[in-house]
Design a binder for this molecule. Structure first.
Ligand SMILES: Nc1ncnc2c1ncn2[C@@H]1O[C@H](COP(=O)(O)OP(=O)(O)O)[C@@H](O)[C@H]1O
Ligand SMILES: O=C(O)C1=C[C@@H](OP(=O)(O)O)[C@@H](O)[C@H](O)C1
Ligand SMILES: [Mg+2]
Length: 176
């Protein structure tokens, strides 16, 4: 592992990928990217609008294109969207071009963090907690398959997770 290796964050909606990724990039003095923010910047419309007009499939195509492009850079921190790992191509791309961290947070906590947010179309359902539980069951194996490190992120404040990641990354870089 070299000190320029990209760092990618994966995990469900509300796991803290965007929050922690931004803080981690700042501490490492790296550029921060969020695949969702990039898609919004490129299309000029919010994510729920992309889902309305193009459906989830349309969004996934844009997500794959964006992740493929961003991953060609080096020395970046990137927060992915929670569904990025659904694509085998994304899983391969992330694994092969960087250090992938899975932030694993229990569905109940994800629900508490996201319940007032209208910007996640997949959670605009009658029972968002049940949806998060189903998504966790479906995606947890994919996150684990993709990641080199799993962080149980439920108990720690964001700054605590950042500290942990800085230590782990430093340890890996000093090994090689
Ligand atoms: N470790 C944490 N502890 C408590 N709240 C957090 C933590 N990480 C993120 N949050 C909060 O949870 C919400 C969702 O975080 P966000 O970074 O947008 O998640 P993601 O990008 O994984 O969907 C935000 O309100 C954020 O402040
Ligand atoms: O889990 C998902 O399928 C999604 C997660 C969202 O990103 P966050 O994980 O940052 O909320 C965003 O990409 C989109 O709403 C779909
Ligand atoms: Mg996010």
């Amino acid at each position: 592992m070299n000190t320029q290796t990209n760092i990618y964050l994966v995990g469900l909606m509300g796991a803290g990928k965007t929050t922690i990724g931004r803080q981690l990039a700042k501490r490492l003095e790296r550029n921060f990217y969020d695949s969702d923010h990039e898609i919004v910047a490129r299309t000029g419309v919010p994510i729920p609008t992309i889902f309305e007009i193009e459906g989830e499939d349309g969004f996934r195509k844009r997500e794959q294109q964006t992740i493929a492009e961003l991953s060609t850079m080096s020395n970046i921190v990137m927060a992915t969207g929670g569904g990025a790992v659904l694509s085998a191509e994304n899983r391969r791309c992330l694994r092969e071009s960087g250090w992938v961290v899975y932030l694993n947070v229990p569905p109940l906590m994800l629900y508490q963090r996201t319940r007032n947010d209208r910007n996640r179309p997949l959670l605009q359902v009658e029972d968002p907690l049940a949806r998060l539980e189903a998504l966790h069951a479906e995606r947890d194996p994919l996150y684990r398959e993709t990641a080199s490190l799993v962080v149980e992120g439920g108990q720690l404040v964001a700054a605590g997770v950042v500290q942990h990641l800085l230590r782990e990354f430093g340890r890996l870089c000093s090994k090689t």
